[in-house]
Design a protein around this ligand. Structure first.
Ligand SMILES: Nc1ncnc2c1ncn2[C@@H]1O[C@H](COP(=O)(O)OP(=O)(O)O)[C@@H](O)[C@H]1O
Ligand SMILES: [Mg+2]
Length: 683
């Protein structure tokens, strides 16, 4: 097998895991990375077998994921983060607060160092700033934090971004892709150019094996509204997406929350295995059991954004004992003890009765004074040592392999534009196949087609008003329908886009074009069917040329309206706001289109010139009737079509101009959508 990065010299510092180290007689359908499956557990929970975690877990055998090739030493010093809170109504009006802006310290002077091979666990009560710190260390809070964060002594940069694996607390995954598809597409997008397609796909398979996802590889991931794989499996898929690229630094936000202790244990075993392969791993862990706690190398405890302990996991008790805090006799889990301390609760059973006697406010005071004491003893006892350690390792010789590429190659992508486009296109088609070709949408279009076909059944040119009405209906229906479908595109995919762009997976332009092109087939197939049915049922001119022109104009109109929908969605990034704005816009276009009102006051007559429905309608009428065409108007002489009031007012000349305007709109709206999307990007 091959290493992921084309680095000829594997890192000698980090222990490389034996690629052929198989610890169990694994069968092909075994989900466990290293377990001895028992028939009974298999039957109950196909994707989880109980491993004997009491014995030291065997190292995961990352046959492709050798040790990290570019180890990263993560150092952070005095990281501080303030947020400005929006003014509350209370403080602004009732207290007469002259300055409505309040700032809150979310992180206050957090320092630490994590070396390759180490697993640091961050503990702390909810709201203590763990996620904020992790996000800052992942380079995803630019401009909001002060203090220094360095990766092998260098600041954050594009090349480092691709060396970092970041697993957010919420699993942001495409719900309709299977586990295998999710990981394969991620592999195709994230693995470097040097690997062949087969090798990249093989890598996804390896990760599936390592993470024990074999049984669920062909199951849909699912989401809030779609039943899919279980929470633990989803978490492992998220971790797998990051593992694929063999990150040198892996940051995970609560990878074990909401999972049963066995699954949590398994995930931590995997993380520890990754760390032992020479990677730097940092995770926030909520409520670890004592079994989990024993797997940490280092811990950091945060209390209201301030550290109260940073250092070795095994020495934590000694430290707190030395400053006078002892766990109660029944507390065997160090993590519980640490969380109590971070909350300012002293786990001393003798004080419980006193707490009962005193009022709540006193208890609160007691807690905050405990916290203050812990913070100040951290500053006094631990911080100087830590600072010295950070400073001293500044002079560590950096391993030649760990030197990161220079700035010039920062913007280089792992894959070419075309590859990204093709993979994203394929993934988009897979993800949206269910919605594009959903029976509901097809039913919607077909039913409208047949009903309108019946209403206009074999309409005659002598009923010119009816025929023109049908053409107007074409332009309006195919203005509304694609617009409202397109609005959802970007707001719905925004979380995935942000996550994937933050890890430098692809260019925005390749994503954008893939989305454009991926939407085309469906957007064009339905109107084609619709026009074909309604055109012939409605008795419009049977000439094939006229039919084809009518169809082309309708499809062009669809593209323009879709562009407007995409632009509105991208600009507002909120489906509710965008649909409201779109319905107002479309109503204006409908009214100004020229069918309902002919005598619009001049000061508002310009409205029709911004309405694409107007141009489409004009073109449709223009190709349906020729200048010299006559119809039976009930008088002695046949009347000329162009003299018919509606058509006369519309004017069916200068059709080239209408096409030009539609083309400008087609390009303009899509350009607007792209710019809005680019501006909305966090990076
Ligand atoms: N953008 C933000 N706006 C308002 N409050 C925020 C923001 N980011 C973080 N906070 C606040 O900062 C505190 C720490 O948040 P977080 O880092 O998510 O905590 P944890 O992950 O430890 O639960 C919380 O009280 C949260 O409300
Ligand atoms: Mg959090």
């Amino acid at each position: 097998m091959m290493p992921i990065e084309q680095d000829p010299t594997p890192n000698t510092k980090s222990p490389s895991i034996n690629p052929h180290h198989h610890t169990s007689n694994r069968s092909s359908d075994d989900c466990s990375p290293h377990g001895e499956p028992s028939a009974s557990t298999k039957a109950i929970s196909p994707c989880l077998e109980d491993d004997d975690f009491e014995s030291p877990p065997p190292p995961p055998h990352f046959s492709v994921l050798h040790g990290s090739l570019r180890p990263i030493i993560l150092k952070f010093e005095d990281v501080t983060c303030n947020i400005t809170l929006p003014p509350t109504t209370d403080s602004a009006c009732c207290l007469g607060n002259p300055d409505p802006k309040q700032t809150r310290i979310v992180l206050n002077g957090v320092s630490g160092i994590v070396r390759p091979g180490e697993l640091l666990a961050m503990l702390g009560p909810s709201g203590s700033g763990k996620t904020t710190l992790l996000t800052a260390l992942g380079g995803r809070l630019p401009g909001k934090v002060t203090g220094s964060v360095s990766y092998n002594g260098q600041p954050f940069s594009g090349s480092i971004k691709r060396k970092i694996g970041f697993v957010t607390q919420d699993d942001v995954l495409y719900p309709h892709l299977t586990v295998l598809e999710t990981l394969t597409y991620a592999a195709l997008l994230r693995l470097p150019k040097g690997l062949t397609r087969q090798e990249k796909m093989g890598q996804a398979e390896v990760v599936i094996m390592e993470l024990g996802l074999v049984r669920c590889r062909n199951t849909m991931v699912g989401g809030p509204l779609l039943r899919g794989i279980s929470g633990g499996e989803r978490k492992r898929v998220s971790i797998g997406q990051e593992m694929l690229v063999n990150p040198s630094l892996l940051l995970l936000d609560e990878p074990t929350s909401g999972l049963d202790s066995t699954t949590a244990q398994r995930i931590l075993a995997i993380l520890r295995g990754l760390a032992r392969g020479g990677r730097t791993v940092m995770a926030t862990i909520h409520q670890p059991s004592s079994r989990l706690y024993r797997m940490f190398d280092k811990v950091m405890v945060l209390s209201d954004g301030s550290p109260i302990y940073t250092g070795s996991a095994t020495r934590v008790m000694d430290y707190f004992n030395s400053i006078g805090f002892k766990p109660g006799f029944n507390l065997v889990n160090p993590a519980d003890f640490l969380l109590d301390l971070a909350n300012g609760i002293v786990a001393d059973t003798t004080q419980d009765d006193q707490h009962e006697l005193h009022g709540r406010s006193e208890r609160h005071d007691h807690a905050s004074s405990t916290k203050q004491f812990l913070i100040s003893s951290y500053r006094k006892n631990l911080y100087p040592v830590l600072k010295a350690e950070i400073q001293q390792s500044l002079h560590d010789p950096i391993h030649p392999n760990s030197r990161l590429p220079s700035r010039s190659s920062e913007r280089q992508w792992t894959t070419t534009w075309w590859e990204q486009f093709m993979v994203l296109l394929r993934r988009g088609l897979k993800e949206r196949r269910h919605e594009s070709y959903s029976g509901l949408r097809i039913f919607q279009v077909l039913s409208v087609a047949f009903i309108s076909g019946l209403l206009w059944w074999h309409s005659d040119i002598s009923h010119l008003q009816d025929q023109v009405g049908l053409l107007f209906f074409f332009s309006i229906f195919w203005g509304f329908f694609p617009l409202f479908n397109a609005i959802f595109a970007f707001p719905q995919e925004r979380p995935m886009l942000i996550r994937e762009r933050a890890s430098g997976m692809y260019r925005l332009s390749s994503y954008y074009f893939a989305r454009m092109v991926g939407d085309l087939p469906m957007e064009l197939v339905l109107p084609t069917i619709f026009v074909t049915i309604t055109y012939y049922m409605g008795g419009l001119k049977p000439s094939p040329v006229t039919f084809l022109l009518t169809l082309s104009i309708t499809l062009y109109n669809v593209l323009v309206s879709q562009g407007l929908g995409l632009a509105l969605g991208a600009m507002l990034m909120d489906v509710k706001q965008a649909t409201t704005l779109a319905s107002v816009t479309m109503l204006v276009f409908l009214l100004a289109g020229g069918y309902y009102i002919q005598h619009i006051p001049p000061f508002i007559n310009w409205l029709k010139y911004i309405s694409f429905s107007h141009y489409c309608y004009k073109l449709l009428v223009g190709v349906q009737y020729s200048e010299n065409e006559v119809y039976d108007c009930g008088l002695e002489m046949p009347c000329k079509v162009v003299d018919y009031p509606i058509i006369k007012h519309l004017g069916i000349h200068d059709l080239g101009f209408d096409v030009a305007v539609l083309t400008i709109m087609l390009v303009g709206y899509r350009l607007l959508a792209y710019v809005a999307l680019r501006m909305g990007q966090p990076h």
